[in-house]
Design a binder for this molecule. Structure first.
Ligand SMILES: *[C@@H]1O[C@H](CO)[C@@H](O)[C@H](O)[C@H]1NC(C)=O
Ligand SMILES: *[C@@H]1O[C@H](CO)[C@@H](O)[C@H](O)[C@H]1NC(C)=O
Ligand SMILES: *[C@@H]1O[C@H](CO)[C@@H](O)[C@H](O)[C@H]1NC(C)=O
Ligand SMILES: *[C@@H]1O[C@H](CO)[C@@H](O)[C@H](O)[C@H]1NC(C)=O
Ligand SMILES: *[C@@H]1O[C@H](CO)[C@@H](O)[C@H](O)[C@H]1NC(C)=O
Ligand SMILES: *[C@@H]1O[C@H](CO)[C@@H](O)[C@H](O)[C@H]1NC(C)=O
Ligand SMILES: *[C@@H]1O[C@H](CO)[C@@H](O)[C@H](O)[C@H]1NC(C)=O
Ligand SMILES: *[C@@H]1O[C@H](CO)[C@@H](O)[C@H](O)[C@H]1NC(C)=O
Ligand SMILES: *[C@@H]1O[C@H](CO)[C@@H](O)[C@H](O)[C@H]1NC(C)=O
Ligand SMILES: *[C@@H]1O[C@H](CO)[C@@H](O)[C@H](O)[C@H]1NC(C)=O
Ligand SMILES: *[C@@H]1O[C@H](CO)[C@@H](O)[C@H](O)[C@H]1NC(C)=O
Length: 805
């Protein structure tokens, strides 16, 4: 079992978490408000996200008709070319007035040019996903091109986070927002909202117990179809959300009914016909068509598969002409997804985006007049050429540090995303150490100052072929993994890390704990913004601390006095925690491994250990309650003098604990909030449910900090606040991320999707789907749409999943 987890986690942050069992877990759902100690900087990582550089582009659906659209050029970029912008929808002519009103509320009125495009989309420019509208207008002769951008919500409003698939219809904006679900662990926080833009009146359309995704609004603006987990909660669906389609009223969420089981990403062609995707029994993601009947005597619908397989086709966007649809496809042999058009009459596909462009194109959408197909892709993808709408945009690329907003107000905390993995803060809080993104191919321990204005390798494992200190001769210098700081002497700081081949692969792998010595004078000088003179180096040298034949040693974390090191080792045949007593070799000016003793002992896995800054606690992750399983929880061990108390569980289904600088709070990574989007709608996320939470040391009070469709994990907490972040970064690496690897099928799929199968087996479905409701869902199929739609149902304040019960 360990082999499986480990292999899978080679390229990701978290260990796999279990689910549903946590509903009765120790986190009580009380919100953690913390105290004065909630100060400083919290740095987090999100898989691939610094490389996304998404912008929204469009093309006419029939490329040979481009000459008739000379003013548009070929591929045209619509969004700003700076932020991460995605999941667009065109705003129809009849709805434009609403956006102009919204604009007029905040700015002065506009004299629109002769031509205009209005776009609704998600942008992360403010540090958290938010709905924005761009009003683009120009004159017939292409002069006076202008872009005006207005946000839907003010930052203090609820649901100010990841507002997916925004659609303006019937005078409303329908979008996916966040809602607080701390009290029901294992349930997604996504809900569909409906907002009257004129009044600001906003309703949650999703019942209390359900989570809804990917809303599609009917052309009339009256109905919404959503992909819903209904009452099921999260069951480890890492690849396929296993959602069902529900229909409800756009105004207030009433008349909610099951349309069909197993479907996602709905898209309407007309008020009675829609498309959706589903993974077919033959394994290919496929597009299906369904009809709402015209006559009340007709059966509700029959879903018909319209793509044949042989390649994946998903995220459909129907044209209102009813003649064609756009979809993303992944064809065998390609590592990228492209947008293709399916002629619904002839059944033929034709390419919209060029397969020769080495970039993935995501989540197409069609303009109401069916004249344009939009989508998003990384803007600096290799060899892609496009008409730059604003011409003056300067790509700011990936930043070393990017400011994030937490979903709760933590006024004294600076939350940042780091372009790298495994951050840790220097003893004075002024420097962040990290490992470069795995996609970068680097084998480094690097550092950056708190404003992210530069990054520099301290340790480059590629330079060492052989480790002179190791009796094992040629040490497998794989990628360094993890960082933790300690002060050896005033001018000599140590960066602990672990290094070896396949750190996460097997317990038998050779992985060593290393100490990298840094010159603190030079490091602080550089961090203060001063230039180092030749000869003023930061890196001094390194040592291997663990002995030969001690197998897989990782996650070193020093005690605050630097005299001990806790780490996990598989030397006994199981991964347990060990403590190394550190001695000083004054002659050779280095630290030595004086003695190692075992701290925890059991036939299970203890890992991801960290020592609190006050020295009184060690927090770690373990599956000891369920040895051999994928169910990991956070434990703490308290030290009183030289003794320690037995390990105590504080948080179920949680990994990567890190202490606050005052040792009073724990940061951790968990799946308490389930998924925030259909996994197929984003680039590869190994564990898209990973988000950062905060708790007290008892685990009784918790608070969510991040909300995104990404895998966010492995946070660190420093005592100084990061301010005035620089936009410096490694722009060269932009667009170097992977599309969903599991779409390649075969072993890739087994590797990335298998854990969900394990989870499904392990967790019985919740009560929601085992009794009546399941029956009721089946019966719903035999109702007519007229019956379904006319059965009026007042919206209860707290509408439950099963309004009829
Ligand atoms: C595309 O448009 C051209 C010219 O308008 C037309 O001749 C051609 O049949 C169209 N092709 C498709 C695949 O619709
Ligand atoms: C929005 O609210 C205004 C004022 O109450 C109302 O006149 C309008 O009809 C509402 N729009 C929609 C789409 O409900
Ligand atoms: C679809 O195919 C039919 C039959 O080949 C053709 O007549 C029609 O023009 C095509 N439509 C589009 C939009 O390409
Ligand atoms: C895209 O990538 C493939 C495989 O890496 C390569 O052979 C091809 O030349 C690339 N195409 C472009 C246009 O760069
Ligand atoms: C772009 O792609 C074309 C072929 O599609 C190739 O000939 C050309 O060298 C590529 N240019 C760059 C800069 O990669
Ligand atoms: C790390 O070392 C390798 C091998 O010597 C070298 O190719 C690479 O450029 C180094 N990286 C940096 C950032 O210096
Ligand atoms: C740090 O670097 C400075 C200047 O290069 C040097 O004088 C000092 O001895 C170095 N300290 C250590 C511990 O290497
Ligand atoms: C670990 O536990 C095993 C089984 O109980 C025992 O035989 C062994 O001596 C223990 N090791 C240590 C270091 O306590
Ligand atoms: C420290 O903890 C140990 C183990 O729980 C306990 O036996 C001992 O009494 C404690 N000592 C103090 C001073 O609290
Ligand atoms: C950040 O910028 C503000 C305003 O320019 C300045 O007052 C403050 O000192 C800066 N903080 C740091 C840490 O540089
Ligand atoms: C399911 O219902 C039973 C009996 O009412 C209850 O004991 C159990 O806790 C419920 N399980 C969940 C996961 O809600």
């Amino acid at each position: 079992m360990e082999h499986l987890i480990i292999h899978w986690c080679l390229v990701c942050f978290l260990l796999l978490l279990s689910t549903a069992s946590s509903v009765s877990g120790s986190a009580s759902g009380d919100e953690y408000r913390g105290g004065a100690g909630l100060d400083g900087t919290i740095a987090v990582s999100s898989v691939g996200r610094p490389r996304f550089c998404f912008d929204i582009f469009y093309l006419p659906p029939n490329l040979s008709s481009i000459p008739s659209h000379p003013e548009l050029g070929a591929e045209t970029r619509l969004t700003d070319g700076k932020s991460v912008n995605y999941n667009g929808q065109f705003v129809g002519d009849s709805e434009k007035q609403i956006i102009l009103e919204l604009w007029a509320k905040k700015e002065k009125e506009i004299n629109l040019g002769a031509k205009s495009i209005f776009l609704a989309y998600v942008s992360e420019r403010g540090g958290l996903g938010q709905v924005y509208f761009d009003i683009l207008d120009w004159e017939d002769d292409q002069s006076r091109r202008q872009r005006r951008t207005v946000a839907l919500l003010d930052t203090h409003e609820p649901a100010y986070a990841f507002q997916d698939r925004p659609t303006v219809a019937g005078g409303r904006v329908i979008y996916v927002g966040m809602r607080n679900r701390l009290s029901s662990i294992g349930r997604s926080w996504t809900a569909v909202y409906s907002r009257n833009v004129s009044t600001g009146e906003t309703r949650i359309l999703t019942p209390e117990d359900a989570a809804d995704f990917s809303p599609a609004v009917s052309p009339s603006g009256e109905w919404v179809i959503v992909a819903s987990d209904q009452c099921r909660g999260f069951h480890g669906e890492l690849c396929n959300l296993n959602s069902d389609l529900y229909i409800l009223k756009a105004a207030d969420g009433s008349n909610r009914r099951l349309l069909l089981k197993d479907g996602g990403w709905p898209s309407w062609a007309s008020d009675s016909r829609f498309f959706f995707h589903r993974r077919a029994d033959d394994g290919w993601w496929s597009i299906y068509e369904a009809h709402l009947p015209q006559h009340s005597a007709d059966p509700i619908l029959g879903a018909k598969r319209i793509t044949k397989g042989g390649f994946h086709a998903f995220t459909p966007a129907a044209s209102r002409t009813g003649e064609w649809l756009a979809a993303a496809t992944r064809r065998p042999g390609s590592k990228h997804r492209h947008i293709e058009i399916l002629n619904l009459t002839s059944g033929e596909w034709y390419e919209l985006t060029k397969p020769s462009v080495n970039a993935s194109h995501y989540n197409p959408f069609v303009s109401p007049d069916s004249a344009q197909v939009g989508y998003h892709r990384c803007r600096c993808a290799e060899n892609a050429s496009f008409e730059d709408w604003s011409r003056d945009a300067r790509d700011e690329g990936a930043h070393n540090l990017e400011r994030l907003k937490s979903v709760v107000g933590l006024p004294k905390i600076s939350l940042v995303r780091i372009d790298g993995d495994f951050p840790s803060f220097s003893p004075d809080g002024s420097v962040i150490a990290f490992n470069s993104d795995l996609n970068s191919g680097r084998k480094d321990v690097s550092i950056m100052p708190l404003d992210g204005s530069w990054r520099e390798e301290v340790f480059n494992a590629s330079k060492f072929v052989k480790n002179p200190h190791s009796s094992e001769g040629c040490l497998h210098l794989g990628k360094p993994f993890g960082t933790a700081w300690s002060i050896m002497e005033e001018d000599k700081w140590i960066l602990y890390s672990s290094i070896g081949e396949n750190i996460f692969m097997t317990m038998d792998a050779t992985v060593h704990v290393i100490a990298i010595y840094c010159n603190a004078t030079n490091l602080k000088k550089k961090a203060a913004g001063k230039k180092l003179k030749p000869g003023e180096e930061i890196y001094i040298n390194y040592d291997v601390l663990t002995l030969p034949n001690t197998k897989n040693n990782a996650f070193p974390s020093p005690s605050p006095d630097g005299k001990k090191l806790v780490f996990r080792s598989s030397r006994s045949g199981y991964s347990n925690l060990y403590i190394m007593e550190i001695g000083m070799d004054a002659v050779n000016k280095k630290v030595v491994n004086k003695n190692v003793y075992q701290l925890t002992n059991g036939s299970w896995t203890d890992t991801m250990c960290t020592w609190s800054p006050d020295g009184k606690w060690i927090a770690f992750t373990s599956n000891r309650d369920n040895p051999g399983s994928l169910s990991f929880a956070i434990y703490v061990i308290r030290f009183n003098g030289s003794e320690h108390e037995p390990a105590k569980k504080v948080l179920d289904d949680a990994v990567h604990p890190q202490f606050s600088p005052d040792s009073q709070s724990l940061l951790f990574t968990t799946n308490y909030g389930g998924l925030s989007a259909e996994p197929i709608s984003t680039p590869n996320q190994f564990q898209p449910y990973g988000e950062i939470y905060l708790s007290d040391l008892t685990g009784q009070q918790v608070q969510r900090l991040t909300f995104s469709p990404y895998e966010t994990g492995v946070a660190a907490w420093g005592k100084l606040r990061a301010e005035n972040l620089s936009s410096a970064g490694e722009a060269d690496n932009n667009c170097k991320f992977s599309d969903s690897m599991w779409l390649e099928g075969g072993t890739k799929e087994a590797e990335f999707c298998l854990p969900s199968k394990i989870l499904e087996k392990r967790h019985p479905k919740s009560n929601c789907t085992t009794d009546g409701p399941e029956e009721q869902e089946c019966q719903a199929r035999t109702l007519t749409i007229q019956q379904v739609l006319s059965e009026s149902q007042p919206l209860k304040e707290k509408q439950s999943c099963w309004a009829q019960q």
